[in-house]
Design a protein around this ligand. Structure first.
Ligand code: TRP
Length: 368
């Protein structure tokens, strides 16, 4: 269905506090989009049901982290007056839509989804057996997105296969039942370093189990420790005078993702910008200590206001609860309306009114 509106839906699994990878890959962009004033409607979904698909034995973890994720949202500047923040399990329309969409997707197609494939490996489901619920989560994600008539889905790069799968479901639905669903588009960060911020160990994506995260709520001491203690720079850069390498040097990867020319004015006025700093590092004569110290200043400039806001909200959890229940009420109206439209297109709206009584009577009469 063509939409004249610009509607955003995005979300996160509440399995832990949000970290710098979430921040540069998605959260920062959401705040910019929110403040651009260009959107008719912005929705952020805390995907607790999706989180349960690989945490079925630990619902307490999800319960605890719903509040952590909302606190992270509010701390980075998402404004509940401008965005609807809601919780998946409180929106029954999402479950109904998932059940209908399941009929439009083959198991072969889900099996080819690269994100699902790598997660199956990562979570050990390849050996233990694959829960059906987990296998179906891309379909439930299509329900999340379409239930809000979303046109734009701002996500990290790893989510692109999910949006692709959603688009296929929309096309299949519209072809099968008539023009009903809106075709969404993914947006990912333009800056390639922001798309895939590695952990502080430089190896993989940030992940709790690898201990390579910088969390938005980490103390200045922890941030410093992660940078100074865990970030490798260039193993060939032994003496300050040695020429240094930028590629694969995590400190520079983080600076590429985060720093601006203003940061140089403020904290490292020897250079006008990152290019000048990199040139000096490559030439030799710039020590790793200076680079790390600069990175810590940049990180602190981003994180200090986030931490401060978090502390304020943490002292008012009752207000956060009210924000969520208000968001849920608003989201319920939107998603129920889309479900009604879907059921009408599928002609399973039997009990909307009594018109089917006549239809059944006529059908039975003509069959005689
Ligand atoms: N799968 C997403 C993640 O792991 C979370 C998510 C759930 C989501 N539903 C969504 C993202 C809808 C975008 C749109 O981060």
């Amino acid at each position: 269905m063509e939409s004249s509106k610009k509607i955003i839906l995005t979300g996160d699994r509440p399995t832990g506090r949000l970290h710098l990878g979430h921040y540069v890959g998605s959260l920062k962009r959401r705040v910019e989009l929110q403040n651009s004033g260009e959107f008719d409607d912005i929705n952020i979904l805390i995907a607790d049901d999706q989180a349960l698909t690989d945490n079925a034995d630990n619902p307490g973890k999800i319960r605890d982290n719903i509040i952590n994720v909302v606190l992270d949202y509010l701390s980075v500047g998402l404004d509940p007056d401008k965005v609807t923040i809601c919780v998946q399990s409180a929106l029954p329309a999402l479950h109904s839509l998932t059940f209908y969409y399941m009929n439009l997707v083959t198991t072969a197609r889900v099996s080819r989804n690269p994100t699902v494939k790598s997660e199956i490996q990562m979570r050990g489901f390849a050996d233990e057996g694959l829960p059906v619920g987990f296998f179906c989560y891309p379909i439930s994600q299509a329900a999340d997105i379409t239930a809000f008539d979303a046109t734009i889905v701002p996500v990290g790069e790893d989510q692109l296969p999910m949006i692709e799968q959603t688009r296929e479901i929309v096309e299949k639905f519209n072809k099968t039942y008539g023009d009903t669903l809106v075709l969404p588009k993914a947006v990912i960060p333009e800056n390639e370093f922001q798309r895939r911020l590695p952990g502080v160990d430089g190896k993989a994506k940030m992940s709790k189990s690898l201990g390579n995260c910088i969390y938005l709520s980490d103390t200045p001491g922890t941030v410093k420790k992660q940078v100074n203690g865990k970030m490798f720079t260039d193993p060939l850069h032994l003496k300050i005078e040695d020429p240094g390498h930028i590629e694969g040097n995590v400190v520079f990867t983080y600076l590429d993702a985060l720093c601006t020319d203003e940061h140089f004015k403020e904290y490292l006025p020897d250079y006008n910008n990152l290019d000048e700093m990199k040139e000096h590092y490559k030439r030799g004569g710039l020590g790793d200590g200076v680079c790390k110290k600069f990175l810590i200043s940049v990180l602190e400039e981003e994180l200090a206001p986030i931490r401060e806001k978090r502390a304020k909200w943490e002292a008012n959890i009752g207000d956060v609860y009210d924000i969520l229940s208000d968001g849920i009420n608003r989201a319920r109206k939107k998603t129920d309306a889309v479900l009604a439209r879907v059921q009408k297109s599928m002609r399973i709206d039997y009990f909307e009114d009594r018109s089917i009584v006549k239809e059944w009577e006529e059908m039975l009469r003509s069959a005689q």
